[in-house]
Design a protein around this ligand. Structure first.
Ligand SMILES: [Zn+2]
Length: 317
C-alpha cells in the first residue's frame, strides 16, 4: 500500500519570546513576527503570524486514499497546477453574518469558530460538487486551551492554529490566543480570527481536492530549496482560497470599514520572517495572493484566482 500522509498545516502567531525559544528548537515551525496595529493598550509587540506548514508526517488511514494514492511526478504536478478546482467558478456568498459574540471566553470562541466552519462548508460545497467531487466533508473543529495539543498529525505546542488532514480533516484553534488579542484590540482579533480559520479551511479545500497530498508528495521528492518554494505555493494558495471565501461573503459579514482595515493589515503583515525558513512567502506576496482571492474578478471571487503553481517565481518568493 502506498503510504498516506496527514499533515499539520498551521498558522502561527507567536510572541517574540516564544520565537526565540522556538529558534533553538527549530524543526517544527517557522514564524513571522508582526506587531499589533495600534497597540496603545498592548505594550508588548505581539507577534507573528502566519501559515506555517508542519513537518509532521504521520502515516494515517485517510478515507480518500484512493484519490491520493499512487502519485507520480506527472500526476502530482497536474493535481496542483491543473486541478479541476480552478475551473469551478464563483464561490457563493454564505450570507453568514459575523457571529455576534465577543471573543472573550472559550465558549464564545468555540461558537464563533464553529459558525465560520459551518458557513465555509456551505459556501465551498457547490464548488467541490461542480468539479465532480463527491467526497466533500465538513472538517472537524477543535477549539482548545492546551499548551500542547495532540493531533493525529502529532503534537503541536504553542498558540498555533493548524490543519491536520487525517480522516476528514480537523482544524485546531487555540482559544486563549484570540481572547488575549480581543482584550487588546477587538477588531483586530476578529479580523485575525476570521482570516486564520479561512486560511485553515483553505488547506481543507486543498485536502479535499488532492492538492494537499500531491504538494506534500512533490515536496518530499525535491531539494530542500525547491521544497520551500513548494511550501510557499501551498501556503499562499491556502491564504488566497481563504480570502476568496471572505471576499465572496464580504457584503454579508460584513467585511468592511474598520474590520476590513484590520484584515488588510493582517494579510499584509503575514509571511516569512528573517532568520526563519522561507516556507510561506514574503509579506508582499502574502498580501498579493490574499487580495487576489478577496477581489476575484471584481464582482465575484473564485478559486481560479489562486493558481500559485502557475505563478512566476517572483510571485511565490
Ligand atoms: Zn497554512
Amino acid at each position: 500500500m502506498s503510504p498516506q500522509y496527514s499533515r499539520v498545516e498551521r498558522m502561527n502567531y507567536l510572541s517574540s519570546k516564544k520565537l526565540r525559544v522556538l529558534a533553538g528548537a527549530v524543526a517544527v515551525a517557522s514564524c513571522a513576527v508582526l506587531a499589533m496595529p495600534n497597540a496603545q493598550a498592548a505594550p508588548a509587540a505581539v507577534q507573528a503570524e502566519r501559515p506555517v506548514p508542519g513537518v509532521i508526517d504521520t502515516p494515517a488511514n485517510v478515507p480518500n486514499a484512493g484519490r491520493d494514492a499512487g502519485w507520480t511526478a506527472a500526476k502530482a504536478l497536474a493535481a496542483v497546477k491543473n486541478n479541476k478546482l480552478y475551473a469551478t467558478g464563483n464561490i457563493a456568498a454564505s450570507k453568514c453574518k459575523r457571529p455576534a459574540v465577543a471573543l472573550n471566553t472559550e465558549k464564545n470562541v468555540r461558537y464563533f469558530e464553529s459558525e465560520l466552519v459551518r458557513c465555509m462548508y456551505a459556501a465551498w460545497k457547490p464548488n467541490l460538487w461542480r468539479m465532480g467531487a463527491r467526497w466533500d466533508v465538513k472538517p472537524a473543529l477543535v477549539v482548545h486551551g492546551y499548551n500542547t495539543v495532540n493531533s493525529a498529525c502529532g503534537s503541536v505546542t504553542g498558540w498555533t492554529s493548524f490543519y491536520c488532514s487525517y480522516r476528514g480533516g480537523t482544524i485546531y484553534i487555540p482559544w486563549r490566543q484570540l481572547v488575549t488579542y480581543y482584550a487588546q484590540n477587538p477588531t483586530f482579533a476578529v479580523a485575525y480570527a476570521t482570516n486564520t480559520i479561512a486560511h485553515e479551511y483553505g488547506h481543507h479545500i486543498q485536502s479535499m481536492t488532492g492538492i494537499l497530498t500531491a504538494s506534500h508528495w512533490r515536496g518530499s521528492h525535491m531539494t530542500y530549496d525547491a521544497s520551500l518554494a513548494e511550501s510557499r505555493r501551498r501556503e499562499l494558495q491556502a491564504s488566497c482560497l481563504g480570502s476568496a471565501y471572505i471576499g465572496a461573503n464580504k457584503a454579508y459579514y460584513p467585511m468592511s470599514g474598520g474590520l476590513l482595515t484590520e484584515w488588510k493589515w493582517v494579510v499584509s503583515h503575514s509571511g516569512d520572517q528573517p532568520g526563519y525558513p522561507r516556507d510561506h512567502g514574503s509579506w508582499t506576496n502574502h498580501n498579493y495572493w490574499s487580495l487576489a482571492g478577496f477581489t476575484g474578478n471584481g464582482k465575484n471571487t473564485h478559486p481560479g484566482s489562486c493558481q500559485t503553481w502557475s505563478a512566476p517565481a517572483t510571485r511565490i518568493a
